[in-house]
Design a protein around this ligand. Structure first.
Ligand code: R5P
Length: 293
């Protein structure tokens, strides 16, 4: 087992929980931005171990986090580290997992290749957007699912929804698992997104009476909030009593919070794959189990 968790400042909460769980030491990379915008990283000391866990989420500021991670891997290698197990709690660039419009890339392919050149082979990610994204990365990737933590969080928060909503078909498996565990009804929306404008439209695939019911919308990512807001606006019109949203990665870009609020969402619960005020539950249990395996 690796005995050192090295991490970037964007993953400090999770790093400390993980080190506690694994009973090992931590070391935070020093980082700064040069006046011209370039990224600088430095290990404050030589790692005592040849095997390390490098933890660095790819949000906020995805591009910077990715460059930072590549530089960190190089610095670790130069400091004598032989094996790096990379944990990327939020794997950015996963939504461009195919060529939707001609002339586009598959974004994780070059990122995976760069990591591979640095000798990184073992990567652990949390609830990657799709199987295609994981394949595109082209490394030995473990994709950790965190439904158990979602369920525990709902119990701890004393949230007992009558209806669980998947805002699109891709979110159905997670939502139906939660609905089964919570003995709630399941409602799935069909969503379409205009690839050029990003505009989202959605409607439920079947009729469900949500009047006076408490509803939880569950998705993998909340970015602009558009997908959840669409579903929520429909549910609100149908007379839902309380609407909340839960996700794994609460990116909450720009005015997402007010967009959701205006469309009737009372609260947003995200995990600590992205460290913000919306981080309401931890994925450390699943991550440490994946590492021990
Ligand atoms: C897309 O298919 C994902 O599962 C999410 O539904 C999407 O990324 C959410 O983005 P936004 O909050 O911008 O609608």
């Amino acid at each position: 087992m690796n005995d050192l968790v090295v991490y970037g400042p964007s993953s400090r909460w999770l790093a400390s929980e993980l080190a506690q769980e694994l009973e090992c030491d931590t070391m935070m990379f020093q980082t700064k931005i040069f006046p011209d915008g370039e990224t600088y990283v430095r290990l404050p000391a030589s790692p005592s171990s040849k095997d390390v866990i490098l933890l660095n989420t790819f949000y906020p500021n995805q591009d910077r986090r990715i460059v930072e991670t590549l530089l960190m891997c190089d610095a670790l290698r130069r400091s004598g580290v032989q094996n790096i197990t990379l944990i990327v709690p939020y794997l950015a660039y996963a939504r461009q997992d195919k060529v939707f419009l001609s002339g586009e890339p598959i974004s994780l392919v070059p990122i995976g290749r760069a990591l591979s050149c640095l000798g990184v082979n073992d990567v652990i990610v949390v609830e990657a957007h799709s199987k295609e994204a994981l394949e595109a990365l082209g490394l030995n990737v473990t994709n950790v699912e965190v439904r158990e933590s979602m369920l525990k969080a709902l119990e701890a928060l004393k949230i007992k929804p009558d209806v669980i909503v998947a805002p699109d078909k891709k979110a159905e498996i997670r939502a139906s698992w939660l609905a089964l565990k919570l003995n709630a009804e399941l409602l799935v929306f069909e969503k379409s997104r205009d690839r050029l404008t990003g505009q989202v439209s959605s409607q439920p695939v079947k009729e469900v009476n949500v009047s006076q019911k408490s509803v939880l919308i569950v998705d993998d990512i909340i970015s602009t909030g558009g997908s959840v807001a669409n579903a929520s606006s429909f549910l609100k019109k149908e007379g839902a009593l309380e609407i909340r949203a839960m996700c794994v990665h609460a990116l909450m870009v720009g005015d997402a919070e007010s967009v959701l609020f205006e469309n009737g969402v009372l609260a947003v619960y995200g995990s600590n794959t992205v460290e913000t005020k919306f981080s309401k539950y931890s994925v450390v249990g699943e991550l440490s189990r994946a590492l021990k395996r």
